[in-house]
Write a protein that binds this ligand. Structure first.
Ligand code: NAD
Length: 733
């Protein structure tokens, strides 16, 4: 045994300790599940053992299942992956059920030994499903610990009995947010919700004491008793009926039907609630199998777990010594600069925050204070933490304060002249080892780097707004940018615990290059007389978190106008978006600048809440007699983004499709169920995608023209991940 060890004490308590060698956190594999099974079986068979405690040798209990295991179960099945997956899941059920039954006679419910779980810290996924199979769960008084079932976030659901057990323990109403929204709680809150049973200073000792005094009745789970009633009522009970109707509506409201996992989860819960426990586990396994076999879950796991993790660990980091940032300079204490200062200080980095005058710099620091105050209100931040973070931010207007900074990020006005002046002033104040970064969203890095006498140490670090919430950071290499600058940017992003992608310099880099066509397609459809509600709903049903019209309201219509004018000036005759601009400019002229103006494509109430699409819109752009099918609108909105992503890859702006997919989901919310634009095209198949894009091109124009790269894939019968899934660049292929 390597991951689980069994030790039997003289007091009659057998302790099964989970401690995966060489890893900071415990994760479960199929081999280690077997070890757990054997350890528990040995303890149960030993007459000297009165009770069992399952615990961890690490600071945390477990981070969950090794998700690669799920993929391997599928592959192991060869021709019949479903059977292989189902058998694998049933195997897990048997192991956990053996722990839960603990050697009892299933007929008389007698003869079982008490099994308790002792959780020193975080317990996620299977790391909570195992404790849920135990008879009592003890957790440490550790407010940093997180307890919950996050599976739904990667497109699956708790499939090792967690769904069935939690619903039977708490009832559907209380279990729903934990299962469907992946709500993680600290131990105190998890106890008050009834997920765990005790929060104590020393969970191992408390668990040992409990198993020694537990009665036979304590070893029988409520759902194994004849008189078991589901808390809140089963589906055919009036209260239960209301719950299911509500939950079904809630899921459809939130996901617009785009995600397979929440639907399958609800089916497993509903059908499972009508039958005995062991049958419910089989039902759970069936639905879990169907979710695992759906290409959406593999794509989500690949992008949001495996590849996101690889990028965060520096998959594309050049060889260079550790470049962790010790002292950060931020120039421009506006919305972005203040946000960057906050996230850096929050990660423990000393920050100097400079603006044109001291009062503006102070305002930037006050912004950080505002974020921390919100955290205090939500009990996520303590007063001490707030003081500590704010203590790391030194605001001011004197560039001499930048002495000793090893990274400076500028976030001043989007104006090349202002940026050039700031660059020169910064370089005069810092040492030779300092890397200079710009947070520009539209200006070419190579051009801006001309203001530096060290263009090799000049780089783009593009944050998204709001900085404290958005997890993606786009790192942009100018033509001269050197490896140390890239390593510095990546190490900084790792310090602030965000996810990086590294791209080459080109108009709008990667994220904005794809998101602008999405917004424009939505606006273009307004001009065509397509009902705005159809546009927004088709976007939601495609899995986009925000429709294009809502998105342009959020980012502001005047910004859209500014970008359109700049693009028009750059492209001249070739500019393709006249029809879009007509709508956009007219909105701007009417002062409908979006959410910040309380008026845009949507109408807003006094408090700034969106109340619905602006009803004049259909008068200004009368509804065409013939409205397209929803699928047509949906495809226009998705293809226009995905084809642009392919072009970015083809052109070498993007050098790794993994970054293309992870960046698309985290940067602008590209249909997360699909795993990102490249995964989406792979799910469709290159041949089908070419055919559909060609039809869209014929109907709507050249922006849907099929990129050569996609056509080549279709002709060769290949897929993006089949060819470039290991991070290879298209240009090298
Ligand atoms: P902002 O107007 O809120 O802030 C700019 C700040 O820079 C102001 O506080 C201003 O006083 C200060 N400033 C201007 N000139 C200065 C100088 N010479 N020296 C010192 N300070 C100076 O703008 P913002 O939205 O925070 O954007 C800043 C940068 O970030 C821009 O380059 C923008 O393109 C980029 N960006 C913005 C977003 C966004 O969503 N707003 C997203 C990504 C990137």
């Amino acid at each position: 045994m390597t991951d689980f060890t069994l030790s039997k004490g003289a007091d009659g308590v057998a302790v099964v300790t989970w401690d995966v060698p060489g890893r900071p956190l415990n994760v479960l594999t199929l081999d280690s599940l077997r070890e757990l099974d054997e350890a528990v079986a040995e303890a149960l068979a030993d007459e000297a053992v009165k009770g069992i405690v399952i615990t961890s040798g690490k600071a945390d209990f477990a981070a969950g299942m090794d998700l690669k295991v799920l993929a391997s179960m599928k592959e192991a099945g060869g021709e019949s992956p479903a059977a292989s997956v189902f058998d694998g899941i049933m195997q897990m059920h048997h192991v956990l059920r053996r722990i839960e039954r603990a050697g009892m006679d299933p007929k008389t419910l007698k003869g079982g030994k008490p099994v308790a779980a002792a959780l020193p810290g975080t317990a996620l996924g299977i790391g909570l499903e195992i404790p849920l199979a135990c008879h009592r769960i003890f957790a440490a008084e550790n407010p940093k610990a997180k307890i919950g079932l996050p599976e739904i976030q990667v497109g699956i659901f708790p499939g090792a009995g967690g769904t069935t057990r939690l619903v039977r323990k708490l009832g559907v109403m209380a279990a729903a947010p934990l299962l469907l929204e992946a709500k993680l709680n600290d131990p105190a809150r998890a106890k008050s919700m009834g997920v765990i049973d005790e929060v104590v200073a020393d969970p191992l000792e408390a668990a040992k004491a409990w198993v020694l005094q537990a009665t036979e009745a304590d070893t029988v789970k409520p759902w194994d008793r004849k008189d078991y009633k589901m808390p809140g009522g089963a589906p055919y009970h009036p209260a239960g009926f209301m719950t299911f109707t509500g939950a079904s509506a809630m899921i459809n409201g939130r996901t617009a039907g785009a995600y397979p996992a929440p639907k399958a989860l609800l089916k497993a819960v509903y059908e499972g609630a009508l039958v005995p426990f062991d049958t419910a586990l089989r039902i759970e396994a069936r639905h879990f199998t169907s979710v695992l076999l759906n290409p959406s879950s593999s794509a989500m796991i690949r992008s949001l777990f495996i590849n996101k993790g690889a990028l965060e660990k520096g998959a594309n980091r050049p060889e260079a010594p550790d470049q962790s940032v010790r002292k950060l300079g931020v120039i421009g204490a506006g919305m972005m600069g203040a946000g960057i200062a906050y996230v850096a200080a929050n990660a423990g980095i000393e920050v100097v925050l400079i603006d044109a005058d001291a009062a503006s710099a102070e305002r930037g620091k006050a912004h950080a204070e505002g974020i921390l105050d919100k955290g205090i209100k939500r009990r996520k931040v303590t007063e001490e933490k707030k003081a500590e973070v704010l203590g790391r931010i030194t605001p001011g207007a004197d560039y001499a304060q930048l002495a000793g900074c090893d990274l400076v990020v500028e976030a001043v006005f989007e104006d090349p002249a202002v940026k050039a002046e700031v660059t020169a002033k910064v370089l005069a104040a810092v040492g030779e080892d300092c890397i200079f970064a710009t947070n520009t969203s539209t200006l070419p890095i190579t051009e801006l780097a001309k203001a530096s006498d060290r263009p090799g140490d000049f780089i783009g670090i593009h944050f998204f707004s709001p900085v404290d919430k958005m997890m993606l950071v786009e790192i942009i290499k100018g033509e001269a940018t050197g490896d140390r600058a890239v390593a510095k940017a990546l190490d900084f992003v790792r310090q602030i615990r965000k996810t990086p992608i590294v791209v080459n310099d080109a108009r709008f880099f990667y994220a904005n290059r794809c998101i602008i066509p999405y917004i424009n397609e939505g606006i273009r459809m307004v001009a065509e007389g397509i009902a705005p509600a159809l546009i927004e709903n088709a976007a939601k049903q495609a899995g986009m978190p925000v429709g294009p019209l809502q998105l342009v309201d959020e980012t502001s219509i005047d910004l859209g106008v500014k970008i359109a004018k700049a693009t028009r000036a750059a492209l001249g005759e070739a500019y393709p978006d006249e029809a879009v601009d007509e709508v956009l400019f007219a909105m701007a002229e009417r002062g409908r600048l979006g959410r910040k103006a309380g008026a845009g494509f949507y109408a807003y109430d006094d408090k700034g809440q969106r109340i619905g699409l602006w009803d004049e819109l259909e008068r200004a752009y009368p509804r065409a007699a013939e409205q397209p099918e929803l699928a047509e609108v949906r495809d226009r909105l998705l293809y226009v983004q995905a084809l642009e992503a392919v072009r970015a890859f083809e052109a070498g702006v993007l050098t790794d499709i993994r970054e293309g997919d992870v960046g698309a989901i985290l940067g602008w919310g590209f249909a997360p169920w699909s795993g990102g634009p490249f995964s989406w095209l792979d799910i469709l198949g290159a041949g089908a995608a070419v055919e559909r894009a060609s039809a869209l091109e014929a109907a709507h124009g050249a922006r849907f023209a099929v990129p050569d790269l996609l056509r080549d894939l279709a002709e060769g019968g290949g897929s993006f991940y089949g060819r470039w899934g290991g991070g290879e660049a298209a240009q090298a292929a």
